[in-house]
Design a protein around this ligand. Structure first.
Ligand code: AFP
Length: 329
């Protein structure tokens, strides 16, 4: 079997031509920090109190020690890689990195940090856009403008899932080589599946379309769906996305009646938009319930948007519930 030549890069073995030249230094820097983080996370309590609360971010989330460590490490590593603007869940506003840079990078440095102390998979989510002359306009734009998106999942193995707009690639960290190596060159979400993922403790707050949809899933073969479903809720977006990319399913974090959750919990710029690009590039769908996520234009850096994504047939059924009931997600 002829092996495609690899792009020369210190921390990832990528087939030649996969990573656009302008993005190669950025991807390498993300991989380098991901490898360091993977090593720290794998040490668990031996690495210090990584899950200790050290403050609050701009959105009111409790910041853990590892959130801050990861953010500082990514910001430092991305200097000199062509990233002009750096936006992070852990930073109130956009940070200027390389003055002449052509890229804008948005990142959730450590998503799922409430799981750090319970040894559950957590991750880093990133989105890459062309840089505008101004900071915020580089990010307050539809997610369809992204030129790359991906995540690193720190789980039983550490994986990198990334798209540059021509399909989704999967890499796994080879700890012996200290590099990410390719394992799948065309990740694809099954069109049909029977697994749904939602935080059911919020059921009494859901709007009617979501309630109708989940009740259909719960009714299984006794209801309109005609098949039994299974449920998963990890509480870590990257873990849920990785499962759905691997075997299909649907993830729902809709808006609900709780104060502050009118448009859900997940942030458009560095969580929803990159996940939506990955899912669409893998053949799935991502919606707010009434609108394609990649068409939404955030009005502020940490804006939230309802996020429902996964197997196309399941997302289409959810959208039908909204069309029938005419309510927002
Ligand atoms: P943390 O980073 O605070 O753990 O939040 C994780 C997350 O942003 C996302 O990864 C999960 O899907 C979602 O929140 C879980 O939210 P609930 O705790 O409301 O179920």
């Amino acid at each position: 079997m002829t092996v495609a030549p690899r792009t020369a890069s210190a921390h990832i073995d990528a087939p030649e031509g996969l990573i656009p030249d302008a993005l190669s230094p950025v991807i390498d820097a993300l991989c380098k920090v991901g490898i360091d983080l993977s090593r720290t996370i794998a040490r668990g309590p031996l690495g210090g109190a990584l899950g200790a609360e050290v403050g609050e971010n701009t959105d009111g989330d409790h910041q853990k020690a590892l959130d801050v460590m990861a953010n500082d490490a990514f910001a430092a590593a991305l200097k000199g890689t062509g990233v002009r603007w750096y936006a992070s869940e852990e930073q109130d506003s956009v940070v200027a990195l390389d003055e002449g840079g052509s890229l804008a990078l948005a990142i959730d440095p450590l998503d799922g940090s409430s799981n750090i102390d319970v040894n559950v998979s957590i991750g880093t989510i990133f989105s890459i856009l062309p840089a505008e002359d101004e900071a915020e306009p580089s990010f307050l734009r539809p997610g369809r403008d992204q030129i790359a998106a991906g995540y690193i999942v720190y789980g039983p193995h550490t994986g990198l899932i990334v798209t540059f707009g021509a399909g989704v690639r999967e890499f796994v960290l080879d700890r012996d080589k200290e590099r990410f190596v390719p394992v799948e060159d065309a990740v694809s979400v099954p069109r049909e599946a029977k697994e749904f993922s939602i935080n059911a403790s919020n059921m009494r707050h859901w709007r009617k379309p979501v309630l109708d949809y989940v009740q259909e899933c719960l009714a299984g073969e006794t209801g309109a769906l005609g098949v039994n479903c299974n449920m998963r809720w990890v509480g870590s977006l990257v873990a849920e996305a990785h499962r759905i990319l691997a075997r299909g399913g649907i993830f729902l974090y809709p808006g609900d009646a709780r104060p502050g959750y009118e448009t859900g919990r997940l942030r458009m710029v560095y969580e929803c938009a990159p996940m939506a690009m990955l899912i669409e590039q893998a053949g799935g769908e991502a919606t707010t319930g009434t609108e394609r996520v990649l068409d939404v234009v955030p009005d502020r850096l940490h804006a939230r948007v309802p996020l429902i994504f996964g197997s196309a047939a399941m997302v289409e059924r959810l959208r039908a519930c909204h069309a029938r009931d005419g309510a927002p997600a």
